[in-house]
Design a protein around this ligand. Structure first.
Ligand SMILES: [Zn+2]
Ligand SMILES: [Zn+2]
Ligand SMILES: [Zn+2]
Length: 363
């Protein structure tokens, strides 16, 4: 994620901010510039940029105005009142239930981080081919009156529609699920990144020239999906899953392996961008080994070569995990990237970068 400053006073501002803590300017994210901008209200109730083209007027996303769950803006001339991120919502939670408002706010905050990544990676939010499904979200809560297993909302993806059980936004529930599922990591953003992977498999792989290569790396996805998941939940992963997969769940079916790997690609690129923006460099006192050093001198989104990304990621992730332990948290990135996982990440990178020619890895 980029770092931003208030255009009016220079204060550091974050992606989630709605107003500048120093000068009080209205802040809003302009998706087409991938930038937080500072605004002054006009007499007509619109927003004009503090700096830049004053003739361009904006309005706050209506989910921001009505529910305080969004800080993106829309051009005043647009008929649509929702921003590009909120416009993807098909169903929002039932707001007559008071708890849902808070959970939905958390959901939207993380969803915007996903949408930021998709925009910065130039991934289509709506497919060029109108026959392909559009990306959309259903945010649903379990029915209040029943604890029936069959009535529960299952987080998942089908034909472009990502369904998220908003209870995942409740830390206690999520942590309990994490323990039950023996997962080292479970976050809302992780869910969004994973489920978006299924969408982009449909869009970028299913009917593309990449399919044979994806099958070579990830395995035969024609094997029955429900059977594979049933077997996985009954028997658990193979004991040596770490040798080939980024997570135990990735071993359940090639589609899940793809979605998990895709999510990690987004974890890695976003975190490297943040590190780059902060000018973080890592140079351990105990060693001169280049493998342990990085100055994160790259703009990760310009990097054609995944090995280059990995070269910065590994030392950064070691430092990140050590810092996280020092402050009393578990490892921030509790994963090991085995060689086959790196090859799969490289393939995801090449598919996102739209070219066979840049690949550094052969099957
Ligand atoms: Zn300011
Ligand atoms: Zn919005
Ligand atoms: Zn999945």
């Amino acid at each position: 994620m980029r770092l931003f400053t208030c255009n009016n006073c220079g204060q550091l501002v974050y992606f989630e901010n709605t107003s500048c803590t120093r000068c009080g300017c209205v802040l809003g994210f302009v998706a087409e510039n991938l930038a937080m901008e500072s605004f002054k209200p006009t007499e007509e109730g619109l927003l004009k940029l503090v700096e830049g083209d004053q003739s361009r007027l904006f309005k706050y996303c209506s989910n921001g105005i009505n529910y305080n769950v969004c800080n993106w803006v829309v051009h005043a001339t647009e008929t649509q009142d929702l921003c590009v991120a909120c416009g993807l919502n098909r169903t929002i939670p039932d707001l007559t239930i008071p708890e849902n408002r808070d959970l939905w706010t958390k959901v939207e905050t993380e969803k915007r981080r996903l949408v930021y990544s998709l925009l910065v990676l130039d991934l289509p939010l709506t497919p060029e081919n109108l026959d392909s499904p559009k990306l959309a979200f259903d945010f649903l809560a379990d029915p209040v009156s029943t604890a029936e297993e069959s009535q529960r909302v299952i987080t998942g993806h089908a034909d472009g529609l990502i369904t998220l059980n908003i209870n995942e936004a409740d830390s206690a529930t999520r942590e309990k699920m994490r323990e039950q599922m023996h997962e080292p990591y479970r976050t809302l953003l992780g869910h969004f990144r994973h489920e978006s992977g299924h969408y982009y498999w449909d869009l970028l792989v299913r009917n593309s020239d990449w399919l044979p290569l994806v099958r070579e790396f990830f395995g035969d996805d024609t094997q029955d999906y429900s059977d594979a998941l049933k077997i996985y939940y009954e028997n658990g992963p193979a004991t040596d899953w770490q040798l080939n997969y980024v997570s135990a769940y990735a071993s359940s079916h090639p589609w899940e392996d793809w979605a998990e790997t895709w999510a990690h690609y987004l974890h890695i690129t976003d975190t490297l961008e943040t590190a780059h923006e902060f000018g973080i460099s890592v140079r351990p006192q105990i060693s001169n080994s280049k493998e342990l050093q990085t100055n994160v001198g790259i703009n990760v989104y310009d990097s054609k070569n995944f090995n280059n990304i990995l070269r910065h990621w590994l030392p950064l992730s070691y430092a990140l995990n050590s810092l996280s332990r020092s402050i009393g948290h578990q490892h921030a990135y509790p994963f090991v990237l085995a060689e086959p996982v790196i090859k799969k990440l490289d393939l995801v990178h090449r598919i996102i970068q739209k070219g066979f020619e840049e690949g550094v890895v052969s099957a």
